[in-house]
Design a protein around this ligand. Sequence first.
Ligand SMILES: [Zn+2]
Length: 113
Amino acid sequence: MFEEMLSYEEFQDRFSTEKECMDYLYQAKWPLGFVCPECAHSHAYVITTRNHPLYECAYCHHQTSLTVDTILEGTRTDLRKWFIAFYLVSTPKSISALKLMDIIDVTCELPRT
Ligand SMILES: [Zn+2]
């Protein structure tokens, strides 16, 4: 996901806000600018009333977002936390899910034994 290997500090610095994470996803999804997934039109209106912006095609009015069709679709967790999670699990010294949850401060249902 991340081309160059940044140190943890550099990484936190680069992705210190939701907007920086959004910008990164935008570049990854539409490197040449918005492309409607339905009709390939290149102009969209941005709807920013939600936590994460929606992009509405100016031609066919199809709505999409940066996280549609990714594992982040529908997430209510901050993108920053996901980015840190991706970073941490992609480092050579991989860490456990429990440690990760502790670091990024999220909870999840663990299977009962
Ligand atoms: Zn369209």
